[in-house]
Write a protein of this length. Structure first.
Length: 485
């Protein structure tokens, strides 16, 4: 397949796409370089899918990529005739076997000849993108006969001949008014003199104004600060396995995309609520402290040798900007910023699970399931392990639910284990509250307080049940204090 330029300096030219695909962007190392407005440094990538079909993938550009006026989310298929919009550039996908369209040749346009004369071709050319308003096969215009002049009497004098209208027209039958032209010239001269005087006075006043020093200009000029922008990408390709995770924060809006077609995992979310200013300020401060904004891509050795697996972070705010892409762990600073993104954004919005590939998710899920099973088996001797079992069952189940049907076999084990653990916790709650109420009615306040303490050791401190048991214990302790007094 070829790519044809539809506008710009290369209009009409085509380029055969390499079998490995092509990258498009403003930088010179792109396969298709587009040094024009609206184009990011590395804007998009054209590649083949597993069955050989062409598709285009947006690389996190600022202004996005369109295919037939539809924004590209993740990747979009390309076909013959598709129109790609990247910034101000339009590109069309054409067949590799299609010959370039011939350019129209300018043709002479004949002009109508006067009546009685042979029509001669007119030797002028029209532009390629315009058409003549005179048809080629139009008939010559017939000249209308002139009316015969009226006879004059011998006694009547002949009328004075008038010079035909042209640049200099003079009539002999009207006398020219004396002094009119001179008066008009004097008026124009006076106006010109007044205008020159006004302009001179304005220039004099302008030049006599005191000039501002650089220090005074800096104090009056308002400082312009660019908003905070963050782009984080993880991509790996191993045979037919493709994993790509993108997080973008711009204009306080958080957008997340996951694409893992081999495992049927696709996820997209644009958060409606804006990111709080406090969280953005925290991100800026932490990233500044790492020294990431001073990194230079060309000084990080070996960061672009392995395109099968890479990570990219782009951060911009105020007058600072840094864009770094690595394929290994050669940059400790890059790793620290990646950790900040994970702890500040991914954990805050519960996106840490989504950002992992399938192997890592399965590994974590099996670990959580093992801990949950061990904790649940020990609740007879250690009831306080029951909340731990429930928490780990939920963590394992959340990871298994990310897979389409059929789900992993451990998913049913985690689901049934969670149901048993929650049922057991509810049984303990009902039995414990019954015992507390019974001890209280029998005025055995010490036993009631002890039962409350046992329940508080089992239930999580942030749960509603924990708060109610704690309030009950405080009331019983007040009752004991009044009785003792």
């Amino acid at each position: 397949m070829k790519i044809m330029y539809l506008n710009g300096a290369l209009t009409g030219q085509t380029m055969e796409l390499p079998p490995a695909g092509a990258t498009i962007g403003r930088e010179s190392d792109n396969t298709i370089q587009l040094p024009m407005g609206g184009v990011s440094r590395y804007h998009a990538k054209i590649e083949r899918d597993a069955v050989g079909n062409w598709l285009i993938r947006d690389l996190g550009s600022t202004n996005g990529t369109l295919v037939d006026d539809v924004p590209v989310i993740g990747a979009s298929p390309l076909s013959i005739g598709s129109v790609i919009t990247i910034g101000d550039q339009l590109l069309r996908c054409v067949d590799s076997n299609m010959a370039p369209a011939p350019q129209p040749v300018p043709q002479p346009v004949p002009q109508p000849a006067p009546s009685g004369q042979t029509q001669q071709p007119a030797f002028f050319f029209r532009p390629q993108n315009t058409t003549s308003s005179i048809p080629v096969d139009s008939a010559p215009v017939q000249e209308q006969p002139k009316p015969a002049p009226a006879p004059q009497s011998a006694a009547a004098p002949a009328a004075p001949a008038e010079v035909p209208h042209g640049l200099f027209k003079k009539k002999t039958d009207k006398p020219r008014p004396a002094g009119g032209k001179k008066f008009l010239s004097n008026v124009i001269f006076a106006l010109v003199v007044v205008l020159i005087a006004i302009v001179g006075l304005w220039l004099f006043l302008k030049l006599s104004e005191p000039r501002q020093t650089p220090s005074s200009q800096s104090t009056t000029k308002k400082k312009v600060e660019n908003p905070f922008v963050l782009y984080y990408e993880k991509e790996s390709v191993e045979g037919t396995k493709v994993f790509r995770f993108v997080l973008q924060l711009e204009n306080k809006k958080l957008e997340v995309t996951l694409d893992e077609p081999q495992n049927k995992r696709r996820y997209y979310e644009l958060f409606k609520d804006p990111i709080p200013d406090t969280l953005i300020a925290k991100l800026k401060q932490q990233i500044l402290e790492t020294g990431f904004m001073d990194l230079q891509q060309e000084k990080i050795a070996g960061t672009s040798q392995d395109n099968r697996q890479h990570r990219r972070i782009m951060v911009g705010f105020d007058n600072k900007f840094c864009d770094v892409k690595v394929s290994n762990d050669v940059s400790e600073t890059f790793n620290r910023v990646e950790t900040i993104i994970n702890e500040t954004l991914l954990d805050e919005y519960d996106l840490g699970v989504i950002s992992q590939n399938v192997d890592r998710i399965l590994e974590d899920a099996r670990t959580f399931l093992f801990v949950a099973e061990e904790a649940f088996r020990s609740i007879d001797t250690t009831p306080a392990n029951l909340p731990k079992a429930i928490t780990n069952y939920k963590l394992a189940l959340r990871r298994y639910q990310l897979f389409d049907d059929p789900k992993p076999v451990e998913w049913k084990t985690a689901r049934d284990g969670l149901a048993k653990a929650e049922a057991k916790l509810e049984e303990i709650r009902q039995e414990g509250q019954k015992n507390v109420r019974l001890f209280y009615e029998q005025h055995e306040y010490d036993k009631a307080v002890a039962e409350c303490n046992r329940l508080l050791s089992i239930f999580p401190s942030d749960s509603e049940t924990y708060q109610k048991i704690r309030e009950t214990r405080i009331k019983i302790e007040k009752k004991m204090s009044l009785r003792n007094n």
